[in-house]
Design a protein around this ligand. Structure first.
Ligand code: PA5
Length: 427
């Protein structure tokens, strides 16, 4: 299903020498006894998820999909990155669909907001507002503007058919507002934090509305939970990945560059950056997660990776065995562009050769270690599987550093300053 390969990473320690530590920490994960254990609902979610709510999501998706020329997904951080990662990975960037998705509520940019409002003015919209706390300012402000626009356009009654709230089951202003206005609402479980929430209605409902098979995502998650339930480092690629990261950091490799060769995986990289960065980056510890999409970025950051001050870097290459679509290079008798040597070859084969050549250039010539994760395709099952793989690897990696993987205390500091400057009333 999914393969992990550390053969190109030049690890100076044996991964298997970490077995006793991994076994001890695995028990902490399974028994939910580690730091932040209130937020470990994701561990058994693939089998424990609310089946009635899941059916309701399918019904909602069916009900609203014809009303939505545009699906607006209003949320920030964990409340949007997963849905975006899944939708783009599975459907590609220009799918032939009746509904297009636009992500809002993740910025204060006035130009962005104004342009979205103008763009959707004459289109039929459905809005899914997502916020666990209900108080996130970026999301709340965008929702206020969109709600005003929608109420003017459709009236309050019709808005009940078009606005769906995903939030905490009891607390928070969004829950109150949803109940008062009569919006359908979905629950973000108490024990699943933002960046682990893509597998709940936070990620699944927007994906279902976009026509993605969320049952197959749940199957991928559940298969990963089964496959990755062992503490044996030789059989658990998620733990082998976590240990490899630890070894590389001990070799002073403090920056991890997540490498893909598919533009439709760019948002998956953003999601991955949040998952690792927000989970691990605290107490002066952690590996800085960064990302590139090759071969595009070989023409920009590729130069730095190859020959810059790259001694703090390593790459994690996410390889896709079979692309979603492929295209053959046509023959051109005139051959003015000199490309006939590739006539009849598939574009994906060219992409794979670029990948192979780059791996060698970076690893051998540039001395940049490479970890390789291979996935079979970019379909639903693989997306679910990959989410669980990274959740587990993140938990293991953080526990190896004695860090709570599930909080983000540092995020509050900018908010405190911003609220002071905005004159937010103290409670
Ligand atoms: O990982 C996290 O917890 C954060 O990224 C949150 O998801 C983000 O801040 C949005 O929070 P909320 O869903 O409460 O609006």
């Amino acid at each position: 299903m999914m393969k992990f390969d550390a053969a190109h990473a030049h690890l100076q320690e044996d991964i298997n020498s970490y077995q006793p530590e991994v076994s001890r920490l695995h028990k902490m994960i399974v028994d939910k006894t580690g730091a932040g254990n209130d937020y470990m609902g994701w561990v058994d979610w693939p089998v424990n998820y609310d089946k009635d709510e899941f059916q309701r999501m399918l019904a909602t998706a069916e009900r609203v999909k014809d009303k939505a020329e545009v699906l607006l997904v209003c949320g920030i951080g964990g409340s949007y990155l997963g849905a975006r990662a899944g939708i783009e990975m599975i459907q590609g960037l220009y799918p032939d669909l009746k509904t297009e998705v636009i992500f809002v509520g993740n910025t204060f940019s006035s130009t962005y907001m104004r342009q979205v409002l103008s763009y959707i003015e004459n289109k039929s919209v459905v809005l899914n507002v997502i916020s666990k706390s209900g108080t996130t300012t970026e999301t709340a402000l965008a929702f206020r503007l969109l709600r005003e626009m929608m109420e003017k356009k459709y009236g309050k009654e019709e808005c009940r058919e078009r606005i769906i709230a995903t939030t905490d089951k009891a607390r928070g202003t969004l829950k109150q507002l949803a109940d008062q206005e009569g919006y359908e609402s979905y629950v973000i479980p108490d024990d699943i934090g933002g960046r682990y929430s893509v597998i709940t209605p936070v990620g699944l409902l927007p994906m279902a509305i976009m026509g993605i098979d969320i049952k197959a995502i749940m199957q991928g998650l559940s298969d990963a939970r089964t496959d990755l339930s062992t503490d044996d480092l030789k059989a658990n690629p998620a733990y082998a990945y976590a240990v490899s990261r630890r070894i590389l950091q001990k070799q002073n490799r403090d920056v991890e560059m997540f490498v893909t060769y598919e533009p439709q995986l760019r948002s998956l990289s953003e999601w991955w950056k949040q998952l690792l960065g927000e989970s691990e980056g605290k107490e002066g510890k952690g590996i800085l997660p960064d990302s590139v999409v090759f071969s595009t970025d070989l023409h920009s950051l590729g130069q730095f990776i190859q020959q810059g001050k790259n001694s703090m870097l390593y790459e994690t290459l996410l390889q896709v065995e079979t692309p979603t679509l492929d295209e053959k290079v046509p023959n051109d008798p005139a051959n003015l562009d000199g490309m006939n040597y590739l006539s009849g070859k598939s574009l994906d084969w060219v992409n794979k050769m670029a990948c192979q050549g780059t791996l060698e250039a970076h690893e051998i010539t540039g001395s940049v270690p490479n970890l390789i994760i291979s996935i079979p395709d970019m379909k639903e099952h693989t997306f679910g599987y990959l989410c669980y793989f990274f959740f587990l690897a993140t938990a293991m990696t953080c526990y190896m550093l004695d860090i709570n993987p599930f909080n983000q205390p540092g995020v509050e500091i900018y908010k405190k300053n911003m609220f002071r400057l905005l004159g937010k009333p103290q409670k």
